[in-house]
Design a binder for this molecule. Structure first.
Ligand code: TYM
Length: 331
């Protein structure tokens, strides 16, 4: 049995990078052979300032989005991180065996803190909390986009270190990253950067909640280059390659067959074709999200049921960990 675990931050809606790089594969992993747990990681989101009302609302929106993308609460455990206190507890324990030097060099921390005067401690601890998420459920497989690989390496080192010091407790986890370019969808405005929720330019991301008109507008303005043919050269033509990757993923056609189909079309017209393909795929999801959002009680119920299932596993692990580490077992 594969024990699958992954998480997503409820900071804004899903963009197509989240969807193609991770969530689509979360959906595929739901089957009888796997034990699957997906977490909306609101504790990770508060490492940067959040508006409380918006944060809670976004957690429900992400829940609706995941369901609309095909996450089935009968097949997966879907829950909100902050409802399981054991995440914070294991984070503390792991924090005590993590060195500062190990965390300082992680690229995500470096990027996010670069422009800050006062860096919150939580931002520094972020990857330790992520390791705690994975280890709490003794996950063996973690489907993520490429940007999470360094964090998963930390989880692996902490697993080894904990097992070595306190006796074998956690399995080694392995990252599941797509082998094609969908593991790193690029910004529409700057194809040297990844598509990111925190990008200040809204035109850099296609959100799965965008209406057809908005998608058309954003894709039309996508940065490409001065060559007019459509060819797949990720190194020299990253903008066009990014459009081809997204197009191929949502249509199920290979990049090569798309290039053949559009060999008489220039990149300007090709953008319209890509926009249509994205709309055809995303619009039904957007409509489902709107439906789910009409019934927030139903969403809360799903998350609560998920928490109940997650808590059983989390409590078991934390008790085992406390005994091994020598913590409170005196009742
Ligand atoms: P987050 O919320 O930034 O992203 C969710 C998932 O989407 C993937 N992703 C991308 N994939 C391809 N192209 C892109 N441009 C792109 N942008 C994002 C991410 O790799 C991720 O898989 N730290 C994590 C959340 C987390 C987690 C965990 C993940 C917390 N605990 C435990 C796995 C296991 C994050 O911020 O993801």
């Amino acid at each position: 049995v594969k024990k699958v675990f992954s998480g997503i931050q409820p900071t804004g809606d899903l963009h197509i990078g989240n969807y193609l790089g991770a969530i689509r594969r979360w959906v595929d992993l739901q089957n009888d052979e796997n034990d699957v747990t997906y977490c909306i990681v609101d504790l990770h989101s508060i490492t940067l300032p959040q508006n409380p009302l918006e944060l809670r609302n976004n957690s429900l929106r992400i829940c609706a989005s995941l369901l609309a993308c095909g996450i089935d609460p009968n097949k997966s455990t879907l829950f909100l991180q902050s409802s399981i206190k054991e995440h914070s507890e294991l984070c503390w324990i792991l924090g005590c065996i993590t060195t500062m030097a190990r965390l300082t060099h992680l690229p995500q921390y470096k990027d996010k803190s670069a422009a800050m005067k006062e860096i919150p401690l939580g931002l520094y601890l972020y990857p330790v909390l992520q390791a705690a998420d994975i280890m709490l459920y003794k996950a063996t497989h973690v489907p993520v986009g490429e940007d999470q690989l360094q964090h998963l390496q930390l989880a692996l080192s902490l697993t080894k270190l904990f097992n070595h010091r306190f006796g074998k407790t956690f399995p080694m986890c392995q990252a599941m990253v797509a082998e094609d370019a969908s593991c790193r969808i690029k910004s529409l405005r700057d194809p040297s950067k990844k598509m990111s929720k925190s990008d200040p330019d809204p035109k850099s991301c296609v959100m799965i909640t965008d209406t057809p008109e908005v998608i058309k507008g954003k894709v039309k303005k996508a940065i490409t280059d001065c060559t007019s043919e459509v060819t797949f050269d990720p190194l020299t033509r990253p903008g066009v390659a990014n459009l081809l990757t997204m197009h191929s993923m949502v249509s199920g056609k290979s990049v090569q067959s798309i290039c053949d189909e559009v060999k008489d079309v220039d990149t300007g017209k090709y953008k319209l074709i890509v926009a249509d393909a994205l709309i055809e795929h995303i619009n039904p999801i957007r409509i489902k999200i709107e439906d789910y959002l009409k019934n927030p009680d139903h969403l809360c119920n799903i998350l609560n049921q998920g928490s109940d299932k997650a808590r059983e596993v989390a409590e078991k692990t934390i008790n085992e960990v406390k005994i091994k580490v020598g913590l409170g077992n005196f009742r």
